[in-house]
Design a protein around this ligand. Structure first.
Ligand code: ZN
Length: 147
């Protein structure tokens, strides 16, 4: 236990004090002690800083209305960030393969034209989503730098 500090209560109370979660008696005890104990004041400040960092990262992160399933933790965000390019790669590969199959099976020019028209339409839609997505990523990064 802290040497020079005459604290008679547990550190948990300091954290409760921060949260305004203490019963009146405890709250008073902590407040009185904090008034003449710099050690515990520092501790409370550190706790508050940690808390603020946790809070702000919880509330700041996604705010991404288009993607309500946006993961919360760093690891799952990473997986999400990697999942998107994988999906795109799959679409391109599978689409390319399907296109090739259909193309070689198409009987005449008309079928080939219909095929190309449909595929480029879908391709443009995907491109638009991709561009939006990259844009959102840039904004996210900017937001993080700002903090
Ligand atoms: Zn103290």
């Amino acid at each position: 236990m802290p040497e020079q500090c005459g604290r008679t209560f547990d550190e948990v109370l300091l954290s409760g004090y921060l949260d305004d979660a203490l019963v009146q008696g405890d709250e008073q005890r902590v407040r009185v002690h904090l008034e003449d104990c710099a050690t515990c004041r520092t501790l409370v400040e550190e706790l508050a800083a940690v808390r603020e960092a946790t809070m702000s990262s919880t509330f700041d992160t996604p705010r991404d209305h288009e993607w309500p399933e946006m993961p919360r933790t760093g690891a799952s965000r990473l997986a999400h960030g990697m999942g998107w390019p994988l999906v795109m790669a799959w679409v391109v590969l599978f689409g390319g393969y399907a296109l090739w199959e259909l193309w070689t099976e198409a009987e005449n020019l008309l079928e080939q034209l219909i095929l190309v028209g449909g595929v480029s339409g879908i391709g443009l839609l995907f491109l638009r989503v991709l561009i939006d997505r990259l844009d959102a990523l840039k904004t996210d990064r900017y937001r993080e730098v700002q903090k």
